[in-house]
Design a protein around this ligand. Structure first.
Ligand code: ZN
Length: 271
């Protein structure tokens, strides 16, 4: 499943082709993904000038001069194919620029989505209105976490997966950030000390920034025909490493299940 760093890398890759481009041809090849494509998607986008790209949580944003932004989500299996040589069964939306470059949104499982949202009221779009601050940037602060977690008895692990508290932070990065900050994932969120929250914010920002940098280092491949945007491999300290030695101490990485999802952590380093 693409996480926030993959979405950010995808947006940066798409920007190289789409930013400032005119969409000469837009084709939908089925009714939709998780939900139907907007009925006016082709009409709105055809001939539109792309005025910029962006990201909010795990959504990619393609702003146009039509006052509408195309908002896409990659779901479980979505990716953008760059200059595909052949179109396949799972290439559901095709964009062609005036310069003749072609992009295909490929999503075999169709858990992704494509929407049109008025550009001047993006923050009021229901999916965005409920989101907490982005994990990277100035909005996420220890003070925000302290206020949002005050009195909460659910574990810090589960609270950090709550999009209302931090937007777009997935299971991988919550595990990694808690390890770096030395916080026990089982601890009640409201009981995490102010000092630990001061360590947690830069830990979150570092794990995300490092993953984006890792994705960026593979971006040059996307310039090739038949390149793909959406996935890259990463190295983790704890995620997926049950039974392996801790990189910081002589302990062993453990795995537990919280809220139906695995948490990997070092019981010695994380208190
Ligand atoms: Zn350890």
């Amino acid at each position: 499943m693409p996480e926030l760093p993959e979405v950010e890398t995808t947006v940066r890759g798409l920007a190289r082709i789409l930013d400032g481009a005119r969409l000469a041809r837009v084709v939908t090849r089925r009714e939709g993904l998780r939900r139907p494509f907007p009925a006016d998607l082709v009409q709105v986008l055809t001939g539109a000038l792309v005025t910029g790209l962006g990201r909010r949580a795990k959504y990619g944003l393609v702003h146009t001069d039509r006052g509408q932004t195309m908002v896409f989500h990659l779901g479980m299996s979505g990716r953008w194919r760059i200059e595909p040589e052949d179109l396949g069964l799972h290439d559901h939306l095709i964009l062609e620029t005036g310069a003749g470059q072609r992009l295909a949104l490929c999503d075999p499982r169709r858990f992704g989505s494509v929407d049109l949202v008025a550009s001047d009221s993006l923050e009021q779009w229901p999916q965005f209105a409920v989101l907490g601050p982005e994990p990277i940037g100035a909005a996420l602060t220890p003070a925000h976490l302290k206020a949002a977690l005050a009195g909460r008895t659910a574990s810090i692990k589960l609270m950090l997966l709550d999009q209302r508290i931090v937007a777009g932070l997935g299971n991988i990065y919550v595990c990694e950030a808690l390890f770096r900050a030395g916080i026990d994932p089982r601890k009640a969120a409201g009981k995490v000390s102010g000092a630990a929250l001061v360590r947690l914010v830069p830990a979150i920002q570092a794990v995300i920034a490092e993953a984006i940098a890792a994705g960026g280092s593979t971006l040059r491949d996307y310039a090739q025909p038949d390149g793909e945007l959406g996935y890259f491999s990463k190295q983790f300290d704890v995620y997926g490493r049950e039974g392996e030695p801790c990189v910081r101490c002589s302990g062993t990485i453990a795995r537990i299940v919280q809220g139906g999802r695995s948490t990997w952590f070092c019981p010695r380093c994380q208190k």
